[in-house]
Write a protein that binds this ligand. Sequence first.
Ligand code: ZN
Length: 447
Amino acid sequence: MKPSTLLTFLAHLVATEACLTEQERHGGHIIDLKAHLARGTINRRQANLGTVPVAVGDRFQNGTTVPIGIGYNANATFDTILNCEEIKSAVFGLAKQYGKDKFQYFEMPYKTYENRAMYGARVGGSGKKGDKGYKVLLESGIHSRERGGPDHLIYFISDLLRAAKDKKGLVYGGMSYSTAQVQSALSLGIVIIPVVNPDGLAFDQATDSCWRKNRNLDRAIDGEPVSVGVDLNRNFAPVWNFTKAFAPGVDPSSDDPNSEIYHGTGPLSEPETKNVDWTLDQFPDLGWFLDLHSPATLVLYGCCHDSNQAVDRAQNWQNKTFDGKRGVVPDRSGFEYKEFLEQKDWDALTLAAARVAGGMTDSTGRFYRSLQAPHLYPSSGCSADQGLVRAALDPKKKKMYGIGVEFGEWNYQAECLFYPTQEQHRLNMIESSVAFMELLLAAVRLG
Ligand SMILES: [Zn+2]
């Protein structure tokens, strides 16, 4: 193999690690945080030169102007990443512009470790408070260093509302949506949570430190800055107790606060994950969920902890018989376990994920693949399975199908691989918007 071919091959192998590097999955870190923080602001920024900078100020002037995305205006530019204040300002602006029938802001009950309020909004749908008529949950910003996620969600929702109001369609690169598709996507009823990890986002933006977790100090160790925080995408309820549920040697999560995948002190121990679960209670009709991550050009579906089958109901996450056997993918002799999914649920997830990946690919020409999540790596306590677990524990609750979209590719020029270049950010914006739209249209079609 030629050296250049080998490099491309290796880069592809690494890129499939998605929102964790191989090193981080096994307890390491991609940057030395102590040294990084000691270097001071200017030197830190130099290490990430060429990435899209975080905005200073508020482009929406405290909610007095609204975002206009690339789907509504192909010439829209995005030279900076939305800062925390701007994301909130955009949400206030949309509420003011479109009124409560179309966009209703809500605050969640649990304050973050740094006492921030988390918020979301219900968009389109029946226009009635809470309860019925909201089918799809769109979420971003659970891993704070995956820059651009909240931007993509905010600008997409702005596009959708504006196009619906003006009775127009939307165009994202090679993908076009008709006026009727815009109207039907919006009338489905959408709930958004633009920033699931606001403390992490504020810290990452202030320090350029490639920060992933939240900022919980409860189990932090003096002098170890990486020991702060919990990986919120390992803190949900599904098979949280990985040491019991998984086969020896599988690392779906970690008990070590120094780890990037530290799962916290119990399922839903963190205010941020409690707030997401609370949101599911407020909107009992939610049947679809998209959690936006980066980067890997992948659309992940199915159960996070193991691959699926639709034959043997006994193989399910609640059955203690299979403790110690989960998470081996592909299965080895003597360790067979595959999580049971009803065939219709599995079909729906597969179809939706394929549709999302196909649309993203067609929008820019960058290839997206749909893949069962554990084939990337098995994980425990993930957000995407929370809706399935809730329905299994309480049959009165509706099943919610979750997919994870890993937009974009790593930026190998930057110290933090997760901070995009200007060119990457623009492509990511187009592809993520298409991901949201395709999931909404899949939900319209599949119910
Ligand atoms: Zn992520």
